[in-house]
Design a protein around this ligand. Structure first.
Ligand SMILES: *Cc1c(COP(=O)(O)O)cnc(C)c1O
Length: 542
């Protein structure tokens, strides 16, 4: 626990004296210098590592690594000084973590973040504000409301007068920060459920009396949520938690462009309405940037259908939301302004560190449907943000997003968004030029899927019977699974893989690429494709 006197060889003991020292400001110049040096190590030691270490992760099996971490006892005495802990993390942990900052890492929605995010995140820890209540956050809660209004405005583009009225009005809630997209989607469906099954007559509301009483009071047998088959699995979790049942999160087929098939949606709705099954459609979810394909559902059409049938329209823009900051591409999300609720993740295309989800609502009072009060905090009539929020205590990440918006400007984010979309477009063109590959989903945003599909098999497939087609697809799937694995294990670059369901043919294994690192360019992409071709040619070519 001795923190500040580096250099001296002291025995590590837990005592009251050292405890006091780590809770107060470093008392002398030497101690301050030491602490600054540690921060330098974090900022640059880690950064140097990320620069040198281009591959995804150093080769060392998970079994070997787990052998090192089998001691489950907390030692009675302090084991290490801060300096040694930092050194240990930089030397022993970082090299075996995944270098998500590599421009060759194009497989997931986690990527390099701007350098300043580390500074901002450090401030969040240093101030340690808790926006659950004003008494532990004061101006930080007020700032949070401002940041929420800024993003709300990008989504809904309401009038100046609207924002003047609601931005700092404790009775209005434009949205809420949560830990991630999963909790944002859960909050959206929670609000939709409670707003629909509101108190009437003797029934005091679903939040108080539960689903069985709610269905009975409203004369239904079950409720469902409709989302395209590419819907994120967090919606199914929400179905489970909210008592809707995850089997009642009903997938709607997609069209050939991987967008929700509106005819199929209408069929499902008519079916439900015609057969007096006692089913209530609680919400329809439109995806703005599907996790697997990056595709955007026809939001305008979904909004019209929701309006006609008075159904809650939720837009899951966890991935695609920040494209609203691009003047050039924001039109791709048209219709999102009609959504009753919108999910956006800050730790995806706002390039924030992990732990920032957001949920927005068009109607500033709809979150009253989930309001909770407690006697010692979040008292009725107070401005505590915890009144209408899924989480209790949480980090003040609005400080990070608010500052990042100031540092980057909408223009800075636009550059990142445009780079991703345009590089993904070049990527798609490059795939089309190469005979070994087939482009499976064209990037509407910056995600695309493709696969290896050797020429001879392509030809056989075209003229094959149903059974032959199925067999060829399985053979091709296996090739893609193996190439993806070998590329990952080689550790130079990383593309993920997924399985897309096809209604007209066998399920298809594809490579999935997410272009969000501004350092990923077409040359790097060509190298990654070359590597895949090499692996195929050396191992699987028949
Ligand atoms: C990532 C994602 C989510 C879930 O977000 P987490 O932050 O991982 O919980 C939900 N929906 C979509 C479309 C996503 O891309």
């Amino acid at each position: 626990m001795k923190q500040t006197d580096i250099g001296e060889k002291t025995e590590l003991v837990a005592n009251w004296q050292t405890l006091q020292r780590i809770f107060i400001q470093p008392e002398n110049k030497a101690a301050r210098t030491a602490l600054v040096k540690y921060m330098e190590q974090i900022l640059f030691g880690l950064h140097d590592f990320l620069k040198k270490h281009v591959g995804i992760t150093r080769e060392l099996s998970l079994e070997t690594l787990s052998e090192r971490y089998k001691n489950s006892k907390i030692s009675r005495n302090p084991e290490k000084k801060l300096a040694d802990v930092i050194k240990g993390i930089i030397e022993d942990i970082a090299p075996h973590a995944v270098n998500v900052a590599s421009p060759y890492f194009i497989g997931h929605m986690t990527s390099a973040i701007p350098f300043f995010m580390v500074h901002l995140q450090t401030i969040v820890a240093a101030l340690n504000q808790n926006p659950v209540k004003l008494e532990t956050s004061k101006v930080v809660s007020i700032l949070e409301r401002q940041v929420l209004a800024k993003i709300h405005r990008k989504i809904y583009r309401m009038t100046d007068e609207f924002y003047d009225r609601h931005i700092q009005n404790p009775d209005s809630t434009l949205g809420s920060f949560v830990n991630d997209g999963t909790l944002a989607n859960l909050t959206a469906l929670w609000v939709a459920r409670n707003a629909f099954f509101k108190p009437k007559d003797d029934f005091t509301g679903v939040e108080e009396q539960g689903m069985a009483a709610a269905l009975q009071a409203y004369g239904y047998k079950r409720c469902v949520v409709l989302v395209s088959q590419l819907g994120h699995y967090s919606l199914r979790k929400a179905g489970g938690i909210l008592g809707i049942g995850n089997a009642n999160i009903i997938p709607v087929e997609v069209d050939k462009n991987s967008r929700m098939n509106i005819n199929k949606l209408q069929d499902i709705i008519s079916n439900i309405q015609n057969n007096s099954s006692g089913t209530k459609i609680l919400a329809i979810v439109g995806i703005a940037g599907a996790t697997e394909t990056g595709t955007i559902d026809p939001l305008n059409k979904i909004s019209e259908i929701c309006k006609e049938h008075k159904i809650h329209f939720h837009a899951d823009a966890a991935w695609g939301g920040p494209a609203l900051l691009s003047e050039k591409y924001k039109h791709l999300l048209l219709g999102i302004e009609k959504a009753d609720s919108v999910t956006i993740d800050g730790h995806k295309q706002f390039y924030m560190p992990m732990g920032c989800g957001m949920i927005y609502f068009k109607n500033p009072s709809i979150m009253d449907a989930i309001a909770y009060h407690a006697a010692y905090v979040i008292r009725p009539g107070s401005v505590d943000l915890g009144i209408r929020s899924l989480e209790g205590s949480r980090a003040a990440v609005s400080l990070v997003l608010g500052s990042a918006l100031e540092i980057m400007g909408a223009g800075g984010y636009e550059l990142l968004i445009n780079h991703g979309i345009e590089t993904a477009g070049y990527f798609a063109e490059e795939i089309k030029k190469r005979n070994l590959f087939e482009l499976v989903t064209y990037p509407q945003l910056n995600i695309l899927t493709y696969r290896i599909f050797p020429e001879d098999l392509k030809i056989k497939w075209q003229t094959g019977s149903m059974q032959e087609k199925k067999d060829i697809t399985q053979q091709v799937n296996q090739i893609n699974i193996n190439v993806q694995r070998l590329q990952r294990e080689a550790g130079k670059s990383f593309v993920s893989r997924t399985t897309l369901k096809r209604t007209d043919q066998a399920d298809m294994v594809v490579f999935r690429s997410v272009i969000m690192n501004p350092m990923t360019n077409i040359d790097i992409i060509c190298e990654i494709l070359d590597e895949q071709e090499e692996i195929y040619n050396s191992q699987f070519k028949i």
